[in-house]
Write a protein that binds this ligand. Structure first.
Ligand SMILES: NC(=O)c1ccc[n+]([C@@H]2O[C@H](COP(=O)([O-])OP(=O)(O)OC[C@H]3O[C@@H](n4cnc5c(N)ncnc54)[C@H](O)[C@@H]3O)[C@@H](O)[C@H]2O)c1
Length: 371
């Protein structure tokens, strides 16, 4: 198969769909890889690293899309890329189609085969191509919070780990899933007093075990939340109710009670945020202050570390890329029910229930089109 890797053109997107390691593996398996010039530059992979791995570097995005049987990207295509759509072309990328009816129309009209990273499931039913980004955002959240706690950044001038004779900062983590667990690992590693709150008591039991009692765990209720927000120097929001807007666990009144110069990093902001005073921000203006509390609510935190993010993402996506190239889309999908859950469009048919329901369109289950 000819596999194409275009340069991402969405604003502030610095990741790339395949690394030189992936190119090498594809070439060794007998495939051809076309990489648009500079596609990996911002992730720390210059053209020559792709060339040395066996890729052909191409100056023109249209050529990459036009010659490939499968295009591997990071973000959903945007308008200038619509012209490259054509029948039977496989597109493997984050798509997030539910709120994008126009893109859905274009992909269906062009009869593309689109597999969306965010809906692929593994044998345990989890979302393996979303997990790496939550791991990164969770680990980053403490690092970012520690910076904002510095006086120069508007924080209360407190060192996360304290020093001998001076107590450490108190970090409260809301949600003990992937983001929360990774945040806890870093906060404890830096020596902070760390409390994690979740509604799922079994998850709290597991975390108590994993962190050997060093993590304070608390059941999620408004009494505990009120107490913890008053005491905390840094709050990390990492709750998720799948498919729903995040619950507002920290109310405006609780924020008003927080210490002056405390910091909130609401990672769950991409689902609306779990803090009432949080609103989405970007890297150009990542933070703002409400009631003397610094808020950081960037919706795509992994974008700050594209080298790590590209490696983490492609570690998870690449085994699927190899199988799609090797078997072709129909056979690869038939062999893997979890990958089939990622199929959003198949040659003019919408195949994802969630997208269909959000856009109130007809759909056909993937099994129906693959038979
Ligand atoms: N901002 C970013 O750049 C970025 C990056 C990655 C992930 N995220 C977002 O971070 C959020 C968390 O992701 P995740 O992968 O850790 O999800 P997850 O499903 O692994 O974990 C969510 C946790 O929240 C808990 N929870 C649900 N309701 C709760 C409540 N009322 N009180 C306390 N805990 C509650 C669940 O029990 C679960 O343990 C998601 O919204 C995700 O989209 C944002």
């Amino acid at each position: 198969m000819i596999v194409g890797v275009p340069r991402e053109i969405k604003d502030h997107e610095s990741r790339v769909g395949i690394t030189p390691a992936g190119v090498k593996a594809l070439c060794e398996a007998g495939h051809t890889v076309l990489v648009e010039t500079q596609a990996g530059e911002e992730s720390g992979f210059p053209d020559e690293t792709y060339q040395n791995a066996g890729a052909e570097i191409v100056g023109d995005a249209g050529y990459v899309w036009g010659k490939s049987g499968m295009v591997v990207k990071v973000k959903e295509p945007i308008e200038p890329e619509y012209a490259y759509f054509r029948e039977g072309l496989v597109l493997f990328t984050y798509l997030h189609l539910a709120p994008l009816p126009e893109l859905t129309d274009k992909l269906l009209e062009a009869r593309m085969i689109c597999i969306a990273y965010e809906t692929v499931r593994d044998e345990r039913g989890t979302l393996p191509l979303l997990t790496p980004m939550s791991e990164i955002a969770g680990r980053m959240s403490v690092q970012v919070g520690a910076n904002y706690l510095e006086r120069e950044s508007g924080g209360r001038g407190i060192l996360l780990g304290g020093v001998p004779g001076v107590p450490p900062a108190h970090v409260a983590i809301l949600g003990g899933g992937i983001v929360g667990t990774n945040a806890a690992r870093i906060a404890l590693g830096l020596g902070a007093k760390t409390t994690l709150i979740d509604v799922n008591l079994n998850r709290l039991r597991e975390l108590d075990d994993i962190f050997n009692g060093r993590l304070y765990t608390l059941a999620s209720n408004s009494y505990n939340l009120e107490h913890v927000t008053r005491e905390s120097d840094l709050i990390i929001g990492g709750v998720l109710i799948p498919g729903a807007t995040a619950p507002k666990l920290v109310t405006r009144a609780m924020v008003a009670q927080m210490k002056k110069g405390a910091v909130i990093v609401d990672v769950a902001i991409d689902q609306g945020g779990c803090v009432e005073t949080a609103h989405p921000t970007t890297f150009s203006a990542p933070s703002y202050v409400v009631d003397d509390v610094v808020h950081y609510c960037v919706t795509n935190m992994p974008g700050a570390v594209p080298h790590t993010s590209t490696l983490a993402l492609t570690n998870a996506t690449f085994p699927y890329v190899l199988r799609l190239a090797h078997h072709g889309p129909r056979e690869a999908l038939k062999r893997d029910p979890g990958l089939t859950e990622g199929l959003n469009t198949w040659q003019g048919t919408l195949t994802h229930r969630g997208v269909a329901q959000s856009q109130q369109r007809p759909w056909t289950a993937a099994d129906g089109v693959l038979a």
